[in-house]
Write a protein that binds this ligand. Structure first.
Ligand code: UD1
Ligand code: UDP
Length: 379
């Protein structure tokens, strides 16, 4: 009989937690694996919100978050901390997701120990190392070291092949975010109180057309954030519109948004929502305006047009399908594009088609089976 395989799953931020909880829960319920979870806590409150709803208690918690710390300091502390955990756990394999500093350092620490590292959400590329920054380089570094590459789509698999990754190591699984979204929708259907915290806002804005906003990208700090805030002010000047904006805890985002938008009647600047509430916000919204990666995947899956405040995207699938559009961070362009969707029914209908190029909700199960094959545990 083949021995149980010790796997260390590493994550640190909200989006990684959302996209890895389906994998962690699938590994934990599978006797072929012994799954240890290490959180770097690169995020704290925003990570804990996801751990709570997913019912995950980490085995190791590095608690590395410090207010507004530099990428240098974050990277150094992550690498040392994650290396120590690996020395203690002695995993046979390590799993990381996406393109954060935690994922890159987790992969590097595993490589330094010659432990194979498997990459969830592999192969996303914008082709521009400063958009998104520093994520484009983080994921390329991980891709250069990974053992198994779990690509969400044909496009991401193609990007890896173009970088001469051995095609037999690339597997198209869909994105685990769809697993997470389906799971949370099922939980809300069973227990509406899980997302009841938005009911007061829904009442306050009854009859208005809701625009859901998120923003946090580092490359948008400075002028980009100022422009986004100015655009939201102008959109909110319309009587028929309400903006619900859960503001990221990064101080570089909060100080700009609070200064520009606090006190406006039809703008609700609120604390980051837990995942059930955020899923409900997408449901309430007519349009999502965002620079987030994950929201670009979720909004099309729920049939909501998404305007992406970035210059480029590593998720061209939504753009190709016509459910997402790049609008950059020019205030004039953002206002024009939102106005078009609000005022031109045909333009809206064209974008508001449920389209799910990112997976069918079985990614985590596929990943676990691929790991089983890799470690001599065929079903
Ligand atoms: C990080 C990731 C980014 C990912 C984003 C998701 C890197 C370099 N960046 O960016 O790829 O898209 O997370 O949100 O890995 N903060 C809190 N509480 C929290 C979370 C953040 O107070 O729960 C504040 C802290 O002051 C922290 C700052 O936000 O220092 C920035 O957090 P950090 O993880 O460095 O970068 P993000 O901009 O969140
Ligand atoms: N999200 C959330 N609450 C919020 C805002 C976002 O739960 O208030 C979720 C969202 O559904 C998505 C993920 O967080 O799954 C996206 O995280 P973020 O935008 O911080 O990071 P990115 O995806 O850009 O890396």
């Amino acid at each position: 009989m083949t021995a149980t395989v010790p796997i260390l799953v590493i994550f640190g931020t909200r989006p990684e937690a959302i996209k890895l909880f389906p994998v962690v829960n699938a590994l934990k319920s599978d006797p072929r694996f012994a799954c240890t979870v290490c959180v770097s806590a690169q995020h704290r409150e925003m990570l804990d919100q996801v751990l709570d709803i997913a019912g995950i208690e980490p085995d190791h918690d590095l608690d590395v978050m410090k207010p507004d710390q530099s990428l240098d300091e974050l990277t150094a502390r992550l690498l040392v901390g994650l290396g120590k955990v690996m020395d203690e756990v002695q995993p046979a394999r390590v799993i990381v997701q996406g393109d954060t500093a935690t994922a890159m350092c987790g992969a590097l620490a595993a490589y330094y120990r010659k432990v194979p590292v498997d990459h969830v959400e592999a192969g996303l590329r914008s082709g521009n190392i400063y958009h998104p920054w520093p994520e484009e380089i983080n994921r390329k570094i991980i891709g250069s070291m990974a053992s198994l590459h779990f690509a969400p789509t044909e496009t991401s698999a193609g990007a890896l092949k173009a970088e001469n990754i051995d095609p037999s190591r690339i597997h198209i699984t869909g994105n685990t975010v769809i697993d997470a979204l389906q799971w949370v929708a099922g939980r809300i259907a069973q227990d509406g109180s899980l997302a009841a915290g938005l009911s007061d806002l829904e009442k306050r804005f009854a009859g208005k057309r809701v625009i859901g906003v998120t923003s946090h990208r580092r490359e948008n700090f400075g002028d980009g954030m100022d422009n986004i805030a100015a655009a939201i002010r102008r959109i909110a000047a319309r009587d028929d519109v309400a903006v619900i904006f859960p503001v990221h805890l990064n101080p570089n985002v909060r100080k700009v948004m609070n200064a520009a938008l606090e006190g406006l009647d039809n703008v609700a600047l609120i604390e980051p929502l837990d995942y059930p509430h955020f899923a409900r916000l997408i449901g309430l919204a007519e349009i999502m305006l965002t620079d987030s990666g994950g929201v670009q995947e979720e909004a099309p899956a729920l049939g909501k047009p998404v305007l992406v405040m970035r210059e480029t995207t590593e998720r061209p699938e939504g753009i190709a399908a016509g459910t997402a559009k790049l609008v950059g961070t020019d205030a004039e362009v953002i206002v024009t594009e939102i106005s078009t969707l609000l005022d031109d029914k045909a333009a809206y209908e064209k974008m508001a088609r449920a389209h799910n190029p990112f997976g069918d909700g079985t990614a985590a199960r596929q990943i676990v089976e691929l790991l089983a094959n890799e470690t001599g545990h065929q079903a």
